[in-house]
Design a protein. Structure first.
Length: 577
């Protein structure tokens, strides 16, 4: 069937009119597989390691676990049966705590079930989050394709997919949600005759996706828009992904799959997206070619969205911006010429959250592929200088055994990109000089050695960056050492004081006995007895228990005797008067 005659079938699909799925009861429960990969509803795998995952305490009385559906990168997934209704649900238990957007989750709980997987409930426990979702016994669109042997689908079937998935994407956007991971594994199948589809991976999985970089393990990179690599969260992301899905269904292969079904590497995918448009030569039908061109426009601001796809479904032919293959390659929202490249690096240095684009330029080797294009002359030489500086920087880091977190490493990589531009060799020289003179940092011998090194001109920028990295590390170590020295000095002083007191206590036991015996002497006992009691206490504290006990006894006897002596003396004195 030619897509040009699809207007009658797809007309009004954008407003989600009643379809075959509306006649179905809502019982089938659906979920996307554990993030980030799709887990089919399959039985136990022979030889698989036994796992036991318990329900959260809040769900124990409501659900009974039937089987384990497997584990993904973020969550464990269980198939459970509602004890009250007997209906099945999927329970996903996320192994890390995130700040859940409760307003978003509330909107999803009441979302239209014709478009999005139903989020039945969610909650949090001690260090984990959980959610219960619909269960789809037929699995995902990816599973359905696999069951049918893969290959290209008929136009009619692809049109049904577009007529259901496009309104689902538009509906999600109307709720203020961007999916970010539209792919066959996240399009679940409620029915197969006719096909009835729903978008999955909302709820807590969407909250996690919002802070997660692209992962090749789930093939997210092969469906992601060019701007996704730098953290773009616009709605244009999902329309690009829909275009990739349509291309895959029409041709039987993802644009980044080889004819044997194997996948290109992430680096190859990024380079291809940076330099070239998606190859649509295998799509022969004019209408389908138009749809894919509109959805797979690299510039997000020019990409087709809800309005254009709706018009296409109704039989119209919205305009597609002309591509400009002779112009500078587009990357991260702009042409990858010198000015844009400088701005990317400066933004990455100022804000670590924006360094993903620069990181991709390095890891995927994009710059040499662009050399010679308009505005990109010299990019290969720039890339060579950048990599040489980074290798020199890493050598210093290894030599001085500096601990560099990944985020910090990416920032310094962006700094060295700026320094790799011609004439920018001394860009960080002033800051490095100030760092080398930092008194706290200079307290470390190894840092003084680093600061005194004379780097050759072509390695000066790497040396400057190493100084900037090492200075706060050295200052922190100096601070820790001085704190430790103060603690040791205070402990030594306390020990000396304790030793003096113990020495006095040991001597006190001996003098206490002398004073105790003197306490028996008339009149002198009034002075000697208190002294004996005090010194006896000091002796007991020093461990002389027996001696101090004898001292206490003699002192008491001395006091009694002196009281008797005083009474006798006073009596004699009275008689003499």
């Amino acid at each position: 069937m030619n897509a040009g005659g699809s207007a009658g079938l797809a007309r009004g699909a954008w407003a989600a009119p009643p379809t075959a799925r509306d006649a179905l009861r809502r019982a089938p429960r659906t979920t996307r597989d554990p993030a980030p990969e799709t887990t089919r509803d399959r039985g136990p795998v022979a030889g698989a390691r036994y796992r036991r995952v318990n329900l959260p305490p809040e769900l124990v009385d409501r659900y009974e676990v039937e089987r384990d559906l497997g584990a993904g990168g973020e969550a464990d997934t269980l198939l459970a049966r509602d004890r009250a209704t007997g209906e099945h649900a999927v329970v996903k238990i996320y192994r890390r705590e995130v700040r859940a957007a409760e307003a978003t989750l509330a909107r999803l709980t009441g979302a239209d079930p014709r478009h999005l997987v139903r989020l039945l409930d969610w909650g949090r426990g001690d260090g984990y989050l959980w959610e219960t979702l619909e269960y789809a016994v037929h699995g995902s669109l990816e599973d359905l394709r696999r069951q049918q042997g893969g290959g290209a689908w008929p136009d009619e079937s692809v049109l049904r997919v577009v007529a259901q998935v496009a309104p689902a994407i538009a509906y999600a956007h109307s709720l203020g949600l961007v999916h970010r991971d539209v792919k066959p594994g996240n399009i679940l199948v409620r029915g197969v005759a006719p096909v009835d589809l729903v978008l999955a991976d909302f709820g807590l999985a969407a909250v996690l996706n919002a802070s997660r970089e692209m992962r090749s393990g789930s093939r997210t990179c092969a469906y992601a828009a060019p701007e996704a690599a730098i953290g773009d969260t616009s709605t244009a992301l999902d329309w690009w992904s829909l275009g990739i899905v349509v291309h895959e269904l029409l041709t039987g292969l993802n644009p980044f799959q080889r004819l044997d079904g194997s996948w290109q590497s992430d680096a190859m995918i990024v380079r291809e997206l940076t330099v070239h448009d998606i190859d649509l030569s295998r799509i022969r039908d004019r209408r389908w070619h138009l749809l894919c061109r509109g959805l797979l426009t690299r510039a997000p601001e020019e990409r087709w969205g809800a309005e254009q796809v709706s018009a296409w479904c109704a039989g119209a032919s919205p305009a597609v911006p002309r591509s400009h293959p002779a112009g500078p390659a587009g990357f991260a929202g702009g042409p990858l010429d010198r000015e844009h490249l400088l701005r990317l690096a400066e933004n990455a240095v100022a804000d670590p959250a924006q360094n993903a684009a620069v990181d991709l330029l390095y890891t995927d080797g994009v710059l040499p592929a662009l050399d010679g294009r308009p505005g990109c002359a010299g990019h290969a030489a720039l890339d060579e200088r950048w990599r040489r500086l980074w290798a020199q920087f890493e050598a210093v880091v290894r030599r001085y055994r500096l601990d560099v977190p990944p985020e910090t490493a990416r920032r310094y990589r962006a700094m060295l990109l700026l320094a790799a531009f011609p004439g920018q060799e001394e860009l960080w020289a002033a800051e490095a000089g100030a760092a080398a003179a930092e008194p706290e940092a200079a307290g470390q011998r190894w840092f003084r050695t680093l600061a005194a090194e004379q780097a050759p001109p072509d390695a000066a920028a790497a040396h400057h960056a190493a100084l900037l990295l090492a200075a706060p590390i050295a200052a922190e170590r100096t601070g820790r050492q001085r704190t430790a020295e103060r603690v040791r000095a205070a402990e030594a002083a306390r020990q000396r004081q304790f030793a003096r007191e113990r020495s006095i206590d040991e001597l006190s036991a001996r003098f206490a006995l002398v004073c105790a015996m003197l306490a028996l002497v008339p009149l002198l006992g009034y002075v000697a007895a208190p002294a004996a009691l005090y010194l006896g206490y000091r002796g007991r504290r020093g461990g002389e228990v027996a001696s101090s006990t004898l001292t206490f006894a003699l002192a008491v006897v001395g006091l009694v005797c002196n009281a008797f002596y005083a009474r006798v003396y006073l009596g004699i004195t009275a008689d003499s008067l």
